[in-house]
Design a protein around this ligand. Sequence first.
Ligand SMILES: [Zn+2]
Length: 246
Amino acid sequence: MDDSGNNMRLCRVPLCPRCFMKNRGKQTGIAIKRTFAGAANENMAFLTVLVPPTTDLKAVDPCMGRTETRLRNMIRNRRKTDPRWNTVRYTGWWEMERHDWKDFHGFGRNKKLAMESLGWPQFANRHDDTVWQPHLHAIVCLGGVSQDEFVEAVRAKGHGSPYQVNLKAFDHRKDVGNNIKSLVRYSMKFRIEADYKMSSAKLSWDGTALSLQRDWWKDKDIRDYVEWLMSKRGGFERLRTSVGGM
Ligand SMILES: [Zn+2]
């Protein structure tokens, strides 16, 4: 609150729980009421694109930029010859996952293949390095374009590694608004802990109280990540990208 006590000032740090919840609510509203208003489950899909993992956070911005440009150009080029692409639009959110270098050995088959072909870092002796693994989630309105066509177009534009691109149909049993809501939630995870789903969370007893052991990222990684988040355009804006939406 400011000095008068009437106006709330927001810090806009994506790792601030209050700003995070507020922003996610806003993004959900824009997606449902504006960007995808009137859309039907049949024309909607959820896109995930993996990009090369890296130990250098400075490499992430150029990589995000290249990916966003490629997707934008792909849609623009298709529109020149095929009017069905005029109705294609999407809103996406970048998500950052972190791993220890040695985590690679524990990945499942598909993730191993994907990370290997995207250039999982190879080291001589720096095995304690953090590997940052950015990826893009996007809610897509396909209009008259089929899911296969869309995936093939994305893959053909520099995203052809195994399991690099995934497109999932909307759940037809659920209302389209609810689908969008849960996908915005999923895309904008509060992610500075390894097991954010808490599937393997441990309960511990210290003699007086029961507490949940959460697996937070290392302090250094949280600090590096928030510095990176706040370094350009600032906070939430740098994580969001769209074509033909808001
Ligand atoms: Zn805040």
